[in-house]
Each structure stands twice: as C-alpha cells, then as structure tokens.
Design a protein around this ligand. Structure first.
Ligand SMILES: [Zn+2]
Length: 226
C-alpha cells in the first residue's frame, strides 16, 4: 500500500501486532494481523511513521558507500533537490551543461565527468550562497570573515572560531529550503558556537521549520554523493 511517499508491502499473517521492516534492498514491508482493517493499519503506520523514517535513514547511511554512480546515459544527478538525467553527446566540449532538464557531457570527455560535476556544483553553490547569506546576515546582524566552497569531511558546512564559513559543494544538491537552513545554521554559529538552547532559539526565529530541513538532510544526506 502507498503510505505517504512510501510503498509498503503488506503481508497478512497470524499475529496480533504490526511489525515493520526495512528490507535489505531498502524497501519497506509490514507483517500485520489477518483481520486488521485499512483504517486501523493506516493509524498504526501513522503512529510509527517517525520510526520508519528513522530506520530508513539508518539503512541509507549503511548503504551509502555502495552507491556508486556510473556516468552513463540516464543516470540521475541531484541539483537543488531535483533529479536530472545525464545525456552523453557526440559534441566535443569541456565541462558540463545543464540544458532542457538534462546534464550534458561530451562522450569524448566522459572520463572527467566527476570533476566536471564537482566544478559545476562549486560554481553554482557560490552563486546561490550570495543572496542567502546577504538576507540572513542582515537579519542576524553578523558578518562572516570569509566564505569558502570546498570538500569537507563528513559535514555539510562549518563555522570556524574566527567566523569563517565553509560549505561542502554537495550543498548544491539540496533543495533551496535546505540550503537556506544550512546557511542560517552556520551564521547563527557566529553568535553561538555550540548547539545550545540559545542557538536553536535564534535559528528558529529565521527558519521556523528548521526541523523539516534537518529531517531532509538525515533522509537524503547519505545518497548525496558522486
Ligand atoms: Zn552546527
């Protein structure tokens, strides 16, 4: 059955309670009592929704290393939260083009695909960051020393004790709302270095739905790789 954005395989069997599993392939299945009605089942799933997403996030994390992308026609790549398919063309050019909903790379230069993607994300992220930084800098009354887009280990972004902000180029894969959250998060760190209550309070003032963005990162973060 379809539950939210999940497609859950339901197996009815002789049991009293509902149990839900994330299978090895990442699909979700539930074993449910034979006589349970659709309404009852929906209610149970609703009550377990958070747990299901948590288990799925764990599964994604565990399988993150296994996601390896091939630079072949049709392979999808994230940009600002949307998937775009790759198209290889006979035209000869360097770099990567985003055109009519496709990422386009020259077949001849396919071996450099990964570098092209990273360069693309870096350049786009620098562009996207500017207006977001300006907006929240004003709201918070802070000024970062320096802003860099780079490859970071195990994190999306960081704020140094000197007030320099670093962003992983991967942030360009996230939807704009999530990017807003990441930027605001780091800017609030200029005021509060640690994740104290005061930190979250100030963040909440400019990103009231920040937990939704956090959840997106938890669920999708591991899959955001090249
Ligand atoms: Zn933080």
């Amino acid at each position: 059955m379809i539950f939210g954005e999940l497609d859950i395989t339901i197996t009815r069997c002789q049991r009293k309670t509902v149990s839900i599993f994330v299978e090895r392939d990442g699909s979700v299945s539930a074993r449910v009592p034979e006589e349970i009605t659709k309404e009852e089942l929906t209610a149970v799933l609703q009550s377990k929704e958070y747990q299901i997403h948590k288990n799925l996030a764990e599964w994604t994390q565990l399988n993150a290393q296994k996601i390896e992308r091939d630079y072949v026609n049709g392979q999808s790549f994230l940009y600002l939260g949307r998937n775009y398919r790759l198209q290889l063309t006979n035209d000869e050019f360097k770099g990567i083009k985003l055109k009519s909903g496709y990422f386009i790379i020259s077949k001849i230069n396919k071996t450099k695909a990964k570098t092209y993607f990273i360069d693309f994300y870096k350049e786009k992220l620098r562009e996207k960051l500017k207006p977001i930084l300006n907006r929240y800098k004003g709201q918070l009354g802070v000024e970062p020393q320096d802003v860099k887009v780079m490859e970071l280990q195990h994190r999306w972004a960081s704020c140094t004790s000197k007030g320099n902000l670093n962003f992983h180029w991967k942030c360009a894969m996230a939807p704009i709302d999530v990017l807003n959250y990441i930027v605001a998060h780091e800017l609030v760190h200029i005021i509060h270095p640690n994740h104290t209550k005061a930190f979250w309070n100030d963040l909440d003032k400019i990103i009231p739905n920040y937990d939704k963005q956090l959840q997106w990162l938890k669920l999708n973060g591991a899959g955001m790789d090249l």
